[in-house]
Ligand binder design. Structure first.
Ligand SMILES: [Zn+2]
Ligand SMILES: [Zn+2]
Length: 558
């Protein structure tokens, strides 16, 4: 018998599955849609000229009258970075903790969206009613303070989203996780748990952030000259430890890098970073103090070419240069894909005479992950005791590994759903199954444009970067269609012109022949003329050079 008064519950991701980044999860019961997080992802190498990638939100735009709000788990880019683009198309209220919204507000102000966006601060005691769904929050440990997991009570059962988390028994700033509350939620019954899979392949527990503090203290104590620490601007807990180490070892601290300055200011303002009054110095003062009295915190832990650290290493930073004897700490591990740029920066730092401490050569741990390892993940599963399990945040193999962990603590294998973006899991009457697929995708952002760079533009950029461009200019007579001047061929990034005169001469002849042939066949439409030139030239050049430069015919009539 069908019960019409009840709706089904569906849960799916618009981003964040089978990838690291652009996290966006959707929970829908009947006509109520809740979105969790709105992240961005940094582009892969082959996406030339693309600045960021965000999830395709067509589904949400099409159902805009049903979207009750966006709930945020924490203030990292892969969870909030998409908001300035997404809120432009979807003006819905956003809910987050104080620090998370502080970081969001800065972004919205830059995007001129601050006034039109309704923002509601929540904490671990808040309860928010969003249509038929009730949201509550529990504190988790992560590398940024004020991170929460979210419990959504729906008529069909409770869905829990952990956000990014680990269990840290001695967190910085005594930001204890709400383990009691998690157990309570679990005791009341969890229909489905969505949990962070980033470190699901790593055995054991993830170390405490406090360990990094001890390692830093040792470095600050023993270094004879300046200490420069590079880390993520978003890792506020790590910044706190650098502040503490500087204070404890009588060094003044300069903050370098736009995003680092920004993160320090916002976190201090909102009380998430405690900095003694006269600890911070202006970068201009660095050189006025003795080297052993100075520490610097900076961006650039990923060896990003334009970051402060890389510029310092190359003597290209306006305020500070790395000197022989300086100690440089890279307090972060390379994100997969960044290993090469990090290695290059480390090389350059050694070249200028610095002592470099980074993940590969330090056994004393200048970095611990913000994500739980296998034992952390099992602990979460045991606290929540979910009936169904949906691993999130991670590439496919991590989701698989997390699924196995769930099985090992007693979740039934048939109740574990390993999903891709857009795979909807539907719950009805306590039973779950895969529903119809939701359309998902990537939206590429290039400068200020949103999604105006499609596959064709990307293909063009790839062609240009690999094989260069050839511009063919021909001037025709308006009266009889005869060639008045040209064809002139201009090439860039294709062949070295002086050594390829013969090739270009032949190319010239090909164009002339093609135009004559077109004239004989009475083809006078410019579009077909251009296509003929492009085809003939492309065939000829590929024959001779095995390259396919972009060919741009320009026809003028006078
Ligand atoms: Zn995070
Ligand atoms: Zn994350």
């Amino acid at each position: 018998m069908k019960n019409n008064s009840r709706s089904k519950l569906s849960v799916f991701a618009l981003g964040g599955l089978d990838e690291i980044g652009k996290n966006m999860y959707v929970v829908r019961y009947g006509d109520d849609i809740i979105v969790i997080d709105s992240g961005l992802m940094f582009p892969e190498e082959e996406m030339l000229g693309i600045d960021v990638v965000i999830p395709d939100i067509t589904y949400l735009v099409e159902n805009r009258d049903k979207v009750r709000g966006i709930l945020l788990t924490h203030g990292h880019e892969d969870h909030i970075g998409g908001l300035p683009y997404i809120l432009r198309e979807l003006n819905v209220p956003i809910y987050g903790t104080k620090l998370t919204l502080g970081l969001v507000e800065h972004k919205l102000r830059e995007a001129h969206l601050l006034n039109q966006t309704k923002r509601i601060i929540v904490n671990n005691r808040s309860e928010v009613t969003l249509g038929s769904i009730r949201a509550s929050f529990f504190k988790v440990n992560h590398s940024i303070p004020d991170s929460v997991g979210i419990a959504l009570e729906t008529p069909e059962g409770t869905v829990v989203h952990t956000g990014d988390f680990k269990f840290d028994m001695t967190p910085v700033n005594s930001n204890m996780a709400d383990m009691h509350k998690m157990a309570e939620i679990g005791k009341k019954g969890v229909l489905c748990l969505l949990s962070d899979s980033t470190n699901a392949e790593r055995p054991g527990f993830t170390g405490s952030e406090r360990n990094v503090g001890e390692a830093l203290a040792e470095i600050f104590r023993t270094s004879k000259q300046r200490v420069i620490v590079a880390t993520f601007a978003s890792n506020v807990s790590r910044i706190q430890q650098v502040v503490d180490a500087a204070q404890d070892h009588n060094r003044k601290l300069a903050v370098i890098g736009r995003s680092m300055v920004n993160a320090v200011n916002i976190s201090m303002e909102l009380g998430y970073l405690r900095v003694p009054p006269d600890l911070l110095i202006d970068p201009d003062e660095i050189n006025r103090l003795p080297a052993h009295k100075v520490a610097v915190i900076s961006t650039g832990s990923q060896g990003e070419p334009m970051s402060a650290l890389t510029r310092m290493a190359h003597g290209a930073h306006r305020k500070i240069e790395i000197l022989p004897g300086d100690t440089v700490v890279l307090a972060a591990t390379p994100i997969p894909g960044n290993e090469k740029t990090v290695a290059k920066t480390v090389d350059q730092l050694y070249r200028v005479g610095a002592n470099v401490i980074y993940s590969a050569n330090s056994s004393n741990g200048v970095h611990v992950s913000g994500h739980g390892s296998q034992e952390d993940l099992k602990l979460m599963l045991n606290l929540m005791q979910p009936k169904y399990f949906l691993p999130i945040h991670g590439e496919h193999r991590m989701l698989r590994a997390h699924g196995q962990l769930a099985e090992s603590v007693g979740v039934r294998p048939e109740n574990i759903f390993i999903c891709d973006n857009g795979d909807a899991v539907e719950f009805f009457g306590g039973k779950a199954r895969f529903g119809s697929k939701i359309a998902t995708g990537k939206v590429l952002i290039d400068g200020l444009g949103i999604g105006d760079v499609g596959n064709i533009v990307l293909r063009d950029r790839k062609l240009l970067s690999q094989d260069g461009i050839l511009v063919v200019v021909v001037t025709l007579s308006k009266n009889n269609g005869k060639i008045l001047s040209g064809p002139d061929i201009i090439s860039r990034g294709f062949v070295y012109v002086r050594e390829s005169e013969k090739l270009l001469e032949e190319a010239n002849r090909i164009v002339t022949q093609t135009m004559e042939k077109c004239a004989n066949e009475r083809v006078s439409e410019w579009a077909s003329l251009k296509t003929s030139i492009r085809d003939a030239l492309s065939r000829f050049l590929y024959d001779r050079t095995r390259r396919r430069p972009m060919i741009l015919p320009i026809i003028m009539e006078v």
